[in-house]
Design a protein around this ligand. Structure first.
Ligand code: 7MK
Ligand code: ZN
Length: 873
């Protein structure tokens, strides 16, 4: 870093000195450059401190500047540090700004950029300033019009936000289109697309009878993969009306798919831009998980139209206001479209594998951060996924109806405005009468709270007492934490496996089988009365709060909950608790050089699950899956990745061996004759069984996997077989991989799967394979999907990334440097593979630190600098 980058603070927020009423944009697209004319109607903001200087953000080449029609002389303005300052401005005026862009040279994929010959924009959070000079902050909401002029052959399709109001020819070769967005919006929601694209078209009639044109734009060759996205969009629109009474508000809704995109997708008003990964899905190219991902992200961006666009964020510290809420909404949508139990478990798995480590590491931050260097670094698991858990807690505390009333009030108060997380919390409190003052701490304190629960049964008094103690580990900049307001959902399970009605001491009537306790103090005791015999507590049902909970269940109690708990999340969690405990014990054994052995109780519990033929196969597959390596790493104080890997592999190998007949039966029973989307759960369980069987020394599973891979008529089974073969060095593996990469050489999204397979393999020469993949004709570091597929997968590969000689670390650091020169945002994601270095045993810790120091000494982007410096603090 040439100079220390500036830190921005929430506490420094001040309202903008000027507001922009209207923006008229004109994009003149030439071969190599695009000229942008912007005409701003600017007014002084009487709600802000008066200033005679107009300060605009921007970094594009400025070619002309006029104020009220007069060209500004050099002395009237200055350009410095990515800002344009205009002196002596009147109270109201018109500013015309002209800039020149080179989209084909823009590899950051922020602002205006080229992808495969077409042009796209990405403006959230601060990409608009790469296009023109502007008050590029979300509390400045303006009415936009966009005119685009381009060659008819090269750019037949010209799109922007809102409604198309005119089009025509400017000369023989060039045409123009004008778009008007009737809604005020911040600049981050601006979008423009130009290129050769084809559309899948449909319609949706809203609850009040508005006829909406739906268009999904893709490259012509991909159009036959857009059907599922379109069906998902219609389901999302109907669901938001039904669940939240929210209706779409324009006559057209467009989605454009692009192969080069930094994130999943973007909710630009009326013109969503999507990573192809979340649009294109066809049975033979996309897995069941991919299909679910498309539905989820289509839903997410659609839901933003109300939670994000109609009501937006005052400043970027409030990002979770729209993201936590919209993730919660997409979770509820997916839950209603498939299985609520499975969805909840998958979300919690994701949170544990990725958000908990973030909250325990050097980049830990509250869901509403108080400072940042680069805002792009705060599109995190914490802001999104923990943010969604915080929104879910409102619903748990207020009930579904109370939550709905709160949301209605939020829209009544704030429609058309840019607001804060406190405004959201106030709407929830005011609509329900529930005191949510202490709840505010979820927004300001980082770290995963810990609940230590002790149960005590008093047979004499027929009482069951639960004592709950809460704490929260220190995080960077926050040594001491105050107690949170935690909704703790629980049940007490009787000997017959049924929930005991829960009555707290002092209550007159018997309560329900599941109750939500308000845990607010550092230590609290709850007494349940009329409890006939000692129950087994089922705690944190439905994962009612993003915390870690500890209770001293016996192995028998856990097996009992696995079989009988009425709450399916808690059934799954009992199995996970059993497994976590087992891992801790085995890691201790391995460290002491003791022989490893699996307790029969654990094997028997999984045996019972495999034999439960009435259970939903998707749920069964989750019950049979063990906590991942990343989760285990967080559980130990000093982590040896090789040991963690070895112990986990041991357990898996033992389960494969001791339950081989049952796995084989699960495989056979879940084979399906023809492909039907609704058999996704059966495919999941079948492929899980196949992967377990491929751990055996037998030839049969490898042959079966080869055959399944070669003959599959759908990507789930093809990839399922490849995953089963992934770690088995041999002919079956190489034949299948070769056939796969040959067949799919022309399909970018399928090739991402190929690169991930190579990078996640346990076979000895994986690093060599990853290195040679960098020069594979289908690979490019410039494409974020490719970089993530290869480098992201490698960074999660425990034995290879954490190779004892440091070769994995060295390789990844080299790639971070290469990537940072191309696309800082993607580089900054990849470098976070180093975040947990302090958790590792001394040898690897030193190796990782050396790589971080090597990075720190290099010329870095703001994005990577922020992460590296936080790691070394
Ligand atoms: C999801 C912002 C966008 C990280 C996860 C998304 C982004 C980053 C999609 C980009 C989104 N507003 O809709 O949240
Ligand atoms: Zn979002």
């Amino acid at each position: 870093m040439a100079q220390q980058p500036q830190i921005k603070y929430l506490k420094d927020y001040s309202a903008p000195a000027f507001l922009i009423d209207r923006v008229d944009l004109k994009f003149d697209i030439q071969d190599d450059i695009t000229r942008v004319q912007s005409r701003l109607v600017v007014n002084r903001n009487d709600k802000a401190a008066a200033s005679r200087e107009l300060v605009l953000s921007g970094s594009a080449r400025l070619t002309s500047l006029t104020l009220d029609g007069e060209r500004l002389a050099a002395g009237r303005y200055r350009l410095e540090d990515e800002t344009l300052v205009v002196n002596e401005v009147p109270d109201s005026f018109i500013l015309e700004v002209e800039t020149e862009l080179a989209p084909a040279a823009n590899t950051s994929l922020m602002g205006l950029y080229a992808s495969n010959g077409n042009l796209f924009t990405q403006c959230e959070p601060e990409g608009f300033r790469k296009i023109t000079y502007y008050l590029d902050r979300p509390d400045v909401m303006a009415r936009f019009t966009t005119t685009i002029i381009a060659d008819r052959q090269k750019y037949p399709i010209l799109l922007s936000n809102g409604n198309k109001v005119g089009e025509g020819l400017s000369d023989k070769k060039r045409h123009w289109v004008k778009w008007v967005d009737p809604y005020r919006k911040p600049s981050y929601l601006f979008a423009m697309v130009a290129g050769r694209l084809s559309a899948l078209k449909d319609r949706f009639v809203t609850m009040r009878g508005r006829d909406v044109a739906l268009e999904i734009w893709t490259e012509p060759a991909d159009l036959d993969k857009a059907r599922h996205a379109m069906e998902s969009l219609k389901r999302a629109m109907a669901w938001d009306e039904h669940r939240f009474g929210l209706e779409y508000d324009l006559d057209i809704y467009m989605i454009v798919a692009v192969g080069d995109f930094n994130m999943g997708a973007m909710e630009n008003k009326g013109l969503n831009v999507f990573n192809t990964k979340y649009v294109l899905a066809r049975q033979d190219t996309a897995t069941d998980t991919d299909f679910e991902g498309v539905e989820r992200v289509i839903g997410h961006e659609y839901f933003h139209n109300w939670t994000g666009n109609r009501v937006t964020c005052r400043d970027w510290f409030q990002l979770s206001l729209k993201e936590g809420l919209t993730v919660f909404r997409d979770q509820e949508f997916s839950s209603d479209m498939t299985s609520a139990a499975v969805k909840r478990i998958e979300d919690v798995k994701g949170l544990r594998a990725m958000q908990f480590p973030e909250d325990a590491g050097p980049t830990a931050h509250p869901i509403r951060p108080d400072s940042y260097i680069e805002m792009n670094n705060f599109y995190t698991m914490t802001v999104y996924e923990k943010g969604a858990e915080v929104v879910r807690m409102y619903q748990t505390l207020l009930g579904r109806d109370g939550f709905r009333k709160g949301l209605d009030l939020y829209f009544r108060r704030h429609d058309g405005h840019a607001v804060t997380c406190d405004d959201f919390r106030a709407a929830m409190a005011d609509a329900s009468g529930v005191d949510l003052d202490q709840f505010a701490l979820w927004y300001s304190q980082a770290g995963t709270p810990r609940l230590d629960v002790v149960g005590d049964y008093d047979a004499e008094a027929r009482e069951y007492r639960l004592t709950v103690r809460q704490s929260c580990p220190a995080t960077p900049g926050q040594d001491v934490k105050l107690p949170f307001h935690i909704p703790l959902a629980l049940g007490l399970v009787g000997r017959d496996g049924r929930d005991v009605p829960l009555t707290l001491a002092g209550e007159l009537e018997a309560g329900a089988g599941t109750r939500v306790l308000d845990v607010k103090a550092a230590e609290q005791t709850f007494t349940f009365v009329d409890i006939e015999s000692e129950p087994v507590p089922s705690l944190l049902r439905g994962f009612s709060a993003p915390v870690e909970l500890f209770f001293d269940w016996s192995d028998e109690a856990l097996t009992f909950l696995m079989a009988h708990d009425s709450d399916s999340f808690a059934r799954w969690e009992a199995g996970q608790t059993f497994a976590r405990r087992l891992f801790l014990r085995l890691i201790g054994d391995a460290e002491q050089g003791r022989e490893l052995a699996l307790p029969q109780g654990f094997v028997a519990a999984l045996h019972a699950i495999l034999k439960d033929h009435a259970a939903d196969p998707a749920f069964k597959s989750l019950m049979l899956a063990l906590p991942g390596e990343a989760e285990i790493l967080e559980m130990v104080t000093v982590a040896d990745p090789a040991l963690i890997h070895r112990v986990r592999e041991f357990v898996l190998a033992q389960l494969a061996l001791q339950l081989r007949a049952e796995w084989r039966e699960a495989y056979d029973l879940n084979l399906t004759r023809e492909y039907r989307p609704q058999d996704a759960g059966r495919r999941a369980l079948k492929n899980h069984a196949l992967a377990m069987l491929c751990r055996l020394a037998d030839a049969w599973p490898l042959e079966t996997a080869r055959e399944q891979c070669m003959k599959a008529d759908n990507m789930t089974d093809q990839l399922g077989a490849l995953l089963a073969l992934r770690d088995r060095d041999g002919e079956e593996r190489s034949d299948c991989l070769d056939a796969f990469s040959e067949r799919w050489a022309g399909d970018a999204l399928v090739m991402d799967k190929y690169f991930s397979l190579l990078a996640s393999s346990q076979i000895p020469c994986t690093l060599e394979h990853v290195k040679s993949a960098l020069s594979h004709p289908a690979f490019s570091l410039k494409n974020p999907n490719k970089a993530r597929a290869l480098l992201g997968a490698f960074a999660r590969n425990m034995p290879h990334f954490h190779a004892a000689d440091g070769s994995g670390y060295h390789f990844l650091a080299d790639q971070v440097l290469a990537l940072d020169a191309i696309n800082p945002q993607v580089a900054s994601r990849v470098v976070q593979a180093f975040n947990r270095w302090k958790k590792l045993e001394p040898g690897r810790q030193a190796l990782m630190k050396a790589e971080l120091e090597r990075l720190a000494a290099a010329e870095l982007s703001r994005d990577v600098y922020e992460i590296v410096s936080k790691n070394l603090e």
